[in-house]
Design a binder for this molecule. Sequence first.
Ligand code: ADP
Length: 728
Amino acid sequence: MYLKVISLLFLLFSSFLSCTKIQAANETPFVKIGVLSHRGNEKTLKIWNPTANYLIAKLPQYDFEIVPLKFDQVESAVKDATVDFILVNSGIYVNLEAKYNVTRLATMINLRNDTPYSIFGGVIFTRSDREDIQTLEDTKGKSFMAVDETSLGGFQMAWRELNAKDIDPYSDFSRLEFGGIHDDVVMSVINKKIDVGTVRTDILERMSYAGTIDLKQIKIINPQYHQKFSLMHSTRLYPEWPFSQLPHVDPQLARQVAVALFQMPKDDPALLAGKYAGWSIPLDYHEVHALFKELKLPPYASLAQLTIIEAIKLYWYWVIASMIALLGLLSLTSLVVKRNRELKYRQSRLERQHQLINESVADGIYGVDLVGNCTFINKATVEMTGWTVEDLIGNNQHKILHHTHEDGTPHLRTDCPVYQSSFDNQPRFVADDIFWKKDGTYINVEYSCTPLRGIRGETRGSVVVFRDITARKQAQKHAQEHQSQLAHVGRLSTLGEMASGIAHELNQPLTAISTNARACIRLLESDIHNAESCADVMEKIASQAERAGGVIQHIRHFAHKELPNIKPAKISNMMTVVLDLVEREIKNKKIILKLDLDKDVPWVMAQDIQIEQVILNLVRNAIESLESMPKSKRKLIISTKKIPNNRLEVRVTDTGRGLKKVIREQLFEPFMTTKENGMGLGLSISQGIIEAHGDQIKVETPIAHSGVSFYFSLLQSSAEEVEKMKYA
Ligand code: ADP
């Protein structure tokens, strides 16, 4: 039931609404023209209603209405679109254009002293008797009066010209006043109340025409001349008031209004009432824009007027972000600067250290590039070689230091280890070489050459670090000589010790010779001339003499002071020499001798006499040790055995009393002996000899029996060396 009533009411309301719509559609639409009203609504309507009437007559389908707007009402009328067209001064227009897209349709042609002008300007003036004011610059420090702060012709146009001369009306004048009415400004200047004034163009001419002033009393400052503008003016010229449409207006209506305005006849009452001469096509208003921009006035004032605090409030996030970025940048920069300073400091410290090391190191150091030229040298190089920095840097090191071997044969550049290291990128160590000095002599050197690599690993040359080993070589030579001397003395002393044995050795054949000689004499003296028997005896004599000669030969050979010379030597020969010298002793002391030589290795590299001396020392020590043993336990084994690395082990083993504890640790030290008449030199000399042969004497205590086993090794001779030796 209720539902039915509601739907009925709804139907009634809808039919009422549609009736109203039909009625409105039948009415003539209103077109509102807002007009800036200076002088009150009544006066404005009186001036502009005839123009509205003209438009109604031209476009009867519309009802045009004038809406007077006070200065502060203009913006809201446009913003709220309560008017359709608007007629305001050029200054207000550019603001509306910038803010609300208002578009000009026509520019008013004004009547100035009965002459039509669609442009106007400002005039700056003083009294003609003011000699001190000739140019705009002269107005500085003077009192100045304009019409209104917002008046385009009555202030802003003059301000733009002053601004171009860097004169700020607000700070550079002694006084800035606004008269409100153009005529008051003129009269204030004439009456000497003010020094300089500015008004819109045509005011002065109009007042003069009315007899209010005499133009002779006036002097125009910064006068301008324009072909199509005869009125006095001091500023650039700007277009008159535009008639504009709001964006919501139908373009067709706007076009019709513009055409109607352009076609307004010269005698139309609208012109008379509005005191204007008609409408022209819209002029260019960019000069007005430029003025507002230059003076930073609305609509271009917002940024200029923004205080720092306002800007911070508005863009605080940007400010904070910029500050953070700036702080970050600053801390980064300071960090970089700090690091840079540290790096520089470290670099210079490193350079100093490097230089110090280079200068203080005792070894010679020099750098070589890929072609073998010296790139740097240190102080020690100069001191050791005598060559100066100038001699070496940039010159070939091989030609200077390395050209000839010690024996005088040329040292080929291709064999030069320094050059080779740069070439094959391999480090090298040379233990024994020579560098030629500037004075023509040479030094013995050992050196290393290390390839110098660039950042990408490429070889850029090499660094040579060398040491003068001349003194060491000399010492080695002396030591060798000394060693040889010692060995010689050792041998003589051994022979001395063995003198009785040797004498006995010689005595035997000599006794045999003498006995046989006597037997031979007896044979010859007897009647029995038995030549055969005689020859036999003589034979024996000869053989005994040979034996004695052999022993003497061995003694001479053993006592001989040889030159150090390692060459192939037959191990069996050396054994024979030794055994010849101790044969009798072994026999007398009932020692069982076992000689076990490795047949595969008959030749070794040795200085034979010295090795014989070593074996003899070891054998005699063994014999002496065996003396204290019961006769049944006296056994001496001399053996050789092939061992790895192409060497032959020589071993002397006895079943004697073994090593005494006190001597074990210092066995090879000179003068260490446990014997009453011992010298303690045998083992120390022997050790020196074996070291010179590239090994050391070692001791073992065989587990199977008491006693000691001394052994050392010698390098085997190659077949070629043996051959060479045989044919030498
Ligand atoms: P010396 O024979 O004049 O004492 P060595 O240098 O030849 O000098 O020997 C030093 C010492 O080493 C000997 O005094 C001895 O005590 C010990 N020695 C050497 N060879 C043997 C050995 N085969 N058995 C036991 N002791 C030995």
